[in-house]
Design a protein around this ligand. Sequence first.
Ligand code: ZN
Length: 77
Amino acid sequence: MESKTNRFLRGFLPEARVGPSMDSVRKGLRSGDIEKDTYERLNCSGCEVTLETKNDPDALGKVRRCPECGKEWQRIG
Ligand SMILES: [Zn+2]
């Protein structure tokens, strides 16, 4: 259950990472933070670099990470 404060902060700072949750790759694509190039690779829109895959045994699914800005997206499934 998300706290009222977290919801409040998220409303003002949609980019802020509040709590342990991570945006999914799908959400990143929808919001324009991630773009697919012509080879179907995932790129960080801000840095224009290809996302790397991070091996995190604790994460559900795979984590895609931008080597430039360090932002991470979770690939579910
Ligand atoms: Zn980036």
